[in-house]
Design a protein around this ligand. Structure first.
Ligand code: GP9
Ligand code: MN
Length: 432
């Protein structure tokens, strides 16, 4: 295991991308509010269904200079879906090739995760707000290992049946009903809201349906737009509060989509709505559909706008830590800061396929992004580039798996980091 750890440390060192001096520390000491947009795909941004914007509020943020909005940001989850996204964003390591890391090994695993790092370096308070049972995806155990101080799960809210959708409290209610808890938290805080109304099969009661569904012959595809619209309204209401309370002006606000809402097979139904034909739809298109939003508001900074560099969920943690002025060199993280000039733009999917700014690689097939065409006879230089990228992807995934499967962070304590003791936390509803 010590040789495994050495390989990981070597990769980590080689892979390190130093921060962009223009961005490093520009949000130092600010609150951080992370909003997880359930099943939300990038194609919804600025999309019009029957001439009407589906997510007008998010669009207004995406198109404003108060957000750094990433146009080529991909989800990298495996079977652990939401939990894999959470894991990547907060630990900088990948989910597992099969199953959910949270469920499989999250209880006993050692993490050096955002809540602990931020608490130990800058004195942040941390909390999660989520309207489902705390045990879903083993969160109640994993969050303790991440160093989360508070977890406001469904037991903290009024969950009478008309307040619920399939997975728990409706999004408008979680944002509203959690304010009383948020307002008790010592600042600066690092908090995460995990929404859930926009989840397959995308069902919501009549009174919360304020746009017409699509008409594709697949009910879940049709209703995806309706629940995304509802989520958009919920966000607008929450942002009203953030402005009124003043939090907007002293908080980094991050919005991200965790993974697809529409599966590869259902993409065939969606294709015509995207101006594509189901008959020519292929693996290239499926890979392109894995884009999800990443939008970052930095208080007092109006230099945002659309960012075109390629990246994925694994890149988020070093990006955030650098914005907060925290050096990441000593932590083991498999992605790189999206704002760094040295950022690595190869985006690995959990099944070893990958996307780069120029190419999309699915198995042994190479597609050219600009045309979507298969490159049947790649030049020597393209072959060389792809081989190099493939090696990076394999290494990244394999080393992350060995780190987590063997629980190697037990043996690697970065200078000044105090290992997290899960016994320090309990999430029983005795806060209020
Ligand atoms: C449930 C929610 C959904 O609490 O986070 O998880 P998913 O099914 O998307 O993985
Ligand atoms: Mn999810």
């Amino acid at each position: 295991t010590s040789s495994d750890l050495n390989k990981i440390l070597e990769f980590n060192k080689e892979n390190y991308a130093k921060p962009n001096p223009k961005m490093f520390g520009i949000a130092k000491g600010k609150n951080v509010i992370i909003i997880h947009l359930e099943s939300f795909q990038q194609f919804l941004i600025n999309y019009k269904l029957n001439g009407q914007e589906v997510t007008p509020f998010l669009n207004s943020l995406y198109n404003s200079n108060q957000f750094y909005s990433f146009a080529n940001f991909f989800n990298q989850v495996g079977q652990g879906k939401t939990s894999d996204a959470e894991n990547m964003l907060e630990t900088g390591t990948f989910g597992l090739p099969q199953g959910s890391l949270f469920s499989a090994i999250g209880t006993g695993n050692t993490f050096e995760a955002a809540p602990a790092i931020l608490n130990q370096t800058e004195g942040y308070t941390s909390a999660v707000f989520h309207g489902n049972n705390g045990s879903f995806w083993n969160r109640d155990n994993v969050y303790k290992n991440m160093g989360y101080q508070y977890f406001f799960d469904s037991s903290y809210y009024n969950t009478s049946s008309n307040n619920l959708t399939e997975y728990g409290l409706k999004d408008k209610l979680i944002f509203h009903d959690s304010i009383k808890y948020l307002e008790h938290l010592q600042q600066p805080f690092y908090v995460k809201y995990i929404t859930l109304s926009n989840h397959f099969p995308f069902a919501i009661d009549q009174k919360n349906q304020s746009i017409q569904p699509a008409n594709t012959g697949d009910a879940s595809v049709n209703n995806y737009f309706v629940t995304a619209h509802y989520l958009d309204q919920a966000l607008q209401q929450f942002f009203d509060y953030l402005h009124k309370s003043g939090l907007y002006d002293n908080s980094v606000i991050v919005l991200y989509g965790d993974h697809y809402g529409i599966s590869d097979t259902r993409n065939l139904k969606l294709a015509p709505l995207l101006g594509k034909s189901a008959s020519t739809w292929n693996n290239f298109d499926n890979a392109q559909m894995q884009r999800v939003p990443l939008m970052i508001h930095i208080p007092g900074d109006n230099n945002g706008g659309v960012q075109y560099q390629y990246g994925g969920e694994i890149d988020f943690l070093p990006t955030l830590l650098h914005l907060l002025g925290i050096n990441t060199q000593k932590y083991i993280q498999f992605g790189t800061d999206l704002f760094s000039p040295q950022h690595n733009q190869v985006v690995a999917f959990r099944n070893d396929n990958f996307v780069t700014p120029k190419y999309t690689v699915v198995g042994n097939t190479i597609y050219e992004n600009s045309t979507g065409a298969v490159i049947t006879h790649p030049s020597e230089s393209v072959k060389k580039q792809i081989a190099k990228d493939r090696k990076h992807v394999n290494e990244q995934l394999t080393l992350s798996d060995s780190l987590n499967n063997k629980n190697l962070l037990r043996y690697y304590v970065p200078a000044g980091f105090k290992p997290v003791d899960p016994k320090d936390y309990n999430y029983h509803n005795d806060f209020a």
